[in-house]
Design a protein around this ligand. Structure first.
Ligand code: ATP
Ligand code: MG
Length: 453
């Protein structure tokens, strides 16, 4: 891939998170490539390529199941500050593991200006800001020594040149990586105003890498967190998944709370946690996030539906508990509470409909899992949301919020063969499984219209 660009006469660098992760001895999640080829030129080189993004135009090149993002160097809003990259070999302390070899000398020092001059583009039409300083569009192409300044953190701004395996480091990123420091490039407040999502990215890297935020980088966040209200909800949805479903969700939760960012993206979740710190519901959320992190570590699939059920458990419980107690287990009341909590969350985060419906179904199924009724229970097994609902039941049981014997019954039911399942179902007396010694014949229940099935 990189070589194809080179053969096409272009520069090609690995950049960003993958270089950082390689230096840290971590497995990169994905690979980002930076080049002086324009998106259209990239497309000509790769058949398996699609151009995406209006706000930030780039090429996606597909290799089997992998997608590699190829971005053309951007000119920065900040002045170009370095003529020469600092080639830094001093990352040894961090034991880079599979780190790429770092060259002693800059290979190709001066090639500045090629793009700038060859393209007639005016910054005014290719870059746009709104009145709060937020970048709306950033498609002014430039050189690598301009490109670096518009990146977010120094640790994310190392370029790995495939031509000679050197690392180009304009911003002392390698030293910050070795010191495990997350430092914003440029003036942090300005950079957060340009793109408030950078605050969430700071929290994500703090959680994911265990880096310490440099004090100037951390300071403006509490005050500027509200700017996230101006970010398109679809983008916040993507960021939320990256925060919570990539293996460090429990730590993300802690960091977001501490930095006042949870209040900005999920105010009802934050206010519930603030009102009832450490209560069973927050324990359930944290335990659920830890379980999710373990699933990621074990390469098992994780689901946004389950995540939002965990996050919204508190807000949903709060709405239900404001109703008269006799309604608490009614499906209608539960669904109303889910709808309200989801609506509130969706005013900030665009939770796609299928996940929102999934959350409703998970909650509506809880009473049916707690009180299974004879053979009808077997049909619940076929419900597309059964597995997620069962996982939620297990969590609730673990925390004493649902009967453990029912959770165990569902566990046995799933492991059983078909005839055994019928037996298990028939064993069900009223609402709890038959206990030792309690004899009861098979129960026939009337069929009721299964409106919520
Ligand atoms: P991850 O491990 O999640 O892939 P990453 O650092 O690679 O982390 P990406 O979202 O893949 O993050 O972005 C790739 C690179 O693009 C970043 O390392 C950073 O240099 C730059 N970048 C991404 N988003 C922004 C942003 N909002 N502002 C400035 N630079 C950004
Ligand atoms: Mg990346």
């Amino acid at each position: 891939m990189l070589y194809r660009l080179r053969e096409g006469g272009f520069q090609a660098f690995l950049v960003g998170g993958c270089v950082r992760d390689l230096l840290l001895g971590l497995e990169p999640k994905d690979f980002d490539v930076s080049t002086d080829a324009l998106p259209e030129e990239v497309r000509k080189l790769f058949r398996n390529c699609r151009l995406v993004g209006r706000r930030f135009r780039l090429a996606h090149v597909f290799f089997g199941r992998e997608t590699i993002e190829v971005a053309t160097f951007r000119a920065s809003s900040a002045p170009s500050q370095a003529e020469e990259p600092v080639l830094d070999a001093d990352t040894g302390e961090g034991e880079p593991g599979e780190a790429p070899e770092i060259a002693e000398e800059p290979a190709e020092p001066g090639y500045a200006g090629r793009r700038r001059d060859s393209f007639d583009q005016s910054a005014d039409t290719h870059r746009a800001f709104d009145e709060s300083g937020r970048i709306l569009r950033d498609n002014v192409y430039g050189n690598i020594d301009e490109d670096v300044w518009r990146r977010d953190f120094t640790a994310n701004s190392l370029y790995y040149n495939i031509a000679d395996f050197s690392i180009w480091d304009y911003v002392n990123g390698a030293a910050d990586i070795a010191a495990r420091t997350l430092r914003m490039i440029g003036d942090p407040e300005t950079r957060y105003r340009e793109d408030p999502v950078r605050m969430l990215r700071a929290a994500r890297f703090e959680a994911k890498l265990g880096f310490t935020l440099d004090s100037a980088t951390a300071a403006p966040i509490a005050q500027l967190a509200g700017l996230l209200g101006a970010v398109p909800p679809a983008r916040l949805f993507d960021e939320t998944l990256k925060l919570f479903l990539t293996g460090h969700g429990a730590r993300s939760y802690e960091v977001l709370r501490r930095r006042g960012l949870l209040a900005a993206i999920l105010p009802t979740v934050d206010s519930y946690a603030a009102a009832y710190p450490g209560n069973l519901v927050e324990q359930l959320l944290l335990q659920g996030l830890r379980n999710t992190d373990e699933r990621v570590a074990a390469d098992k699939p994780v689901a946004p539906t389950f995540l939002f059920a965990l996050l919204l458990y508190g807000p949903i419980a709060r709405i239900i508990e404001a109703m008269p107690p006799q309604q608490w287990h009614e499906t209608g009341a539960i669904l109303d509470a889910c709808d309200q909590a989801l609506r509130e969350a969706q005013s900030r985060i665009a939770i796609p409909r299928r996940f929102a419906l999934g959350v409703r179904e998970m909650f509506a199924l809880q009473p049916r899992l707690e009180h299974p009724r004879g053979r009808r229970a077997l049909r619940v097994l076929e419900h597309p949301r059964f597995r997620a609902s069962y996982d939620l039941l297990l969590l609730r049981a673990q925390l004493g919020m649902a009967p453990q014997d029912m959770a165990d019954w569902w566990t046995r039911l799933q492991e059983a063969s078909d005839p055994e399942r019928e037996e298990l179902a028939d064993e069900l007396g009223g609402s709890t499984p038959r206990r030792e010694g309690a004899r009861r014949g098979p129960r026939r229940r009337r069929r009721r219209p299964a409106s919520s099935a």
